[in-house]
Ligand binder design. Structure first.
Ligand SMILES: [Zn+2]
Length: 517
């Protein structure tokens, strides 16, 4: 007997529950997260004389983290949702996502390859509707970056001779917290620059881990820039500091409800094993020498990338200038991160940055970088956040770290003035400006010459950029605080390199950048 006939014969209630039974929602898999769901309506409509369509409306309640036992005044977050629906093929599914936001979230038919819902499938914020092509679909706030992926990437990176992997401790639930040490081991560590990077204290912040993965890929790459960077720098990288939170599908906490981002000023009794093991490892490493840079990788709900730049009044003017230099260098072509996107806050002891600042002051620049979930530079018509765009941003971050550390490379070369006349140039160390090193120069006269040189430069063509000194302010103009292309340099023979610049009265000179073509 055809099903439609059964429906006609049986009471309405039975028919509804018959339809209801077709769709199921679950989250029993790695990083899965769902508070509860309720199918609030279903119906079958005729879409032609012969065809009908089953329609389901489902309320999805994203799951709240447990109440933070240390900071009970904090409202738990429920940002992360990641659930599986079965029995959906060919049906029109309406989802109302509650407790979080659904701004073109993602779906996948295999739990591996994720795609954003089209704008036409997410016309109203938090409502998604789509006819799925397959019976099982995974739906998530962003493309999941799981503990398993972190483990498999660590195994992959560990194959490189210059990567060492060390388990620096275990999480509350006994998962490994792994650290990568990346450096050219044929050169002694003494005197090298030192960079610490960690990510994912907040489990819902998946884009942060995709961006960090891209940054690490650039650091371990077989490129001249990566080789030069590894020769001069030691990287200590903990890509996932909250494995319990990630594996269990939490939003901002560990499985116990603790937000480990904000416990760094608390005694050991009021924090978590994850914070204690990081503090221990950092203390051990900084006993040798302080870090030059500490990057703390996060994602934010604002539709832009940003650094949280610490104000001068809570640190110092020079420290502010250094942070804005790093921030400006990360902007690259400014497609993904632009001057107006910078964020500012006071240094706070409860964060890892404050814990570092209290010990090392201006010697270390500790800073949080945030990637968005949606699109960049507050421009919904521009590129949306994806594995590809985060990968491009990862290259910008690599170049920013490279330039910030002033790596003396062979194919990406930063030079500061070698020779200038003191009668013509004023030496300025103004902490309200953004520049390389301890000072920049300002021409006092017309046609002031300035020379840049390097004892050895391989023959070839190089793009030449000059650094335009701008204000260490909340924002700045398009041409300021950035490398501006000034031409092509042809180095005819390998050997000594010399370049002469000319400035008018009032113009500034700082560093130049050569990029081998
Ligand atoms: Zn965060």
């Amino acid at each position: 007997m055809p099903k439609t006939l059964i429906c006609m014969l049986l009471p309405t209630l039975f028919c509804s529950s018959f339809l209801f039974s077709q769709v199921r929602v679950s989250s029993e898999f790695e990083s899965g997260s769902l508070g509860k769901y309720e199918i609030i309506d279903s119906s079958k409509v005729k879409i032609s004389d012969k065809d009908s369509l089953k329609i389901y409306s489902v309320n999805i309640f994203s799951r709240f983290d447990p109440l933070n036992p240390i900071d009970t005044a904090l409202a738990p977050s429920a940002r992360w949702y990641y659930f599986k629906m079965t029995g959906v093929k060919g049906k029109q599914i309406f989802l109302n996502i509650k407790n979080s936001e659904a701004i073109r979230p993602f779906y996948s038919y295999d739990g591996i390859n994720f795609k954003r819902f089209d704008a036409s499938e997410n016309i109203n914020r938090n409502q998604v509707f789509k006819i799925f092509q397959k019976d099982t679909v995974y739906i998530s706030h962003y493309i999941p970056y799981t503990y398993s992926r972190n483990q498999s990437k660590i195994r992959e990176w560990a194959q490189k001779p210059f990567v060492k992997v060390e388990e620096i401790g275990k999480s509350q639930n006994g998962l490994a917290v792994d650290m990568l040490t990346i450096t050219d081991t044929s050169i002694p560590d003494k005197g090298k620059k030192r960079v610490w990077i960690h990510g994912r204290s907040h489990p819902s912040e998946q884009p942060a881990n995709w961006h960090l993965e891209a940054l690490i890929n650039n650091i371990v790459a077989d490129t001249p820039e990566a080789r030069d960077m590894r020769r001069e720098t030691v990287f200590y990288i903990v890509p996932m500091i909250n494995p319990d939170g990630v594996a269990g599908g939490y939003s901002r906490s560990t499985s116990t409800g603790v937000n480990i981002e904000i416990n760094w000023d608390r005694p050991d009794s009021l924090t978590m094993p994850e914070v204690k093991l990081l503090k221990k490892k950092i203390s051990q490493l900084t006993a040798e020498a302080p870090f030059d840079l500490l990057l703390n990788m996060h994602s934010q709900i604002a539709n832009s990338a940003t650094y949280w730049i610490h104000t001068a009044k809570s640190t110092s003017g020079r420290f502010l200038g250094k942070q804005i230099l790093l921030s400006s260098l990360t902007m690259g072509d400014r497609n993904y991160y632009a001057p107006g996107d910078q964020s500012f806050s006071d240094m706070g002891s409860r964060y890892p940055e404050g814990w570092i600042w209290n010990q090392f002051g201006e010697k270390t620049v500790p800073i949080t970088f945030e990637t968005p979930y949606t699109f960049f530079t507050n421009n919904p018509a521009g590129e949306w956040v994806s594995t590809e765009s985060l990968s491009a941003l990862g290259l910008n971050s690599f170049n920013a770290v490279y330039d910030f550390l002033k790596i003396d490379g062979n194919s990406r070369i930063i030079l500061e003035p070698a020779k200038f006349s003191k009668r013509r140039w004023e030496n300025i160390s103004d902490s309200s400006k953004v520049f390389f090193g301890d000072n920049f120069l300002k021409s006092k006269k017309e046609k002031s010459k300035i020379y840049f040189s390097k004892p050895y430069l391989e023959k070839g063509n190089y793009k030449l950029f000059v650094w335009f000194v701008g204000p260490a302010g909340t924002t700045f103009d398009e041409h300021e605080n950035r490398w501006i292309k000034a031409g092509i340099v042809n180095q005819k023979n390998s050997g000594k390199f010399k370049w002469k610049g000319v400035a008018q009265s009032g113009e500034t000179a700082d560093a130049i950048l050569l990029i081998k073509e």
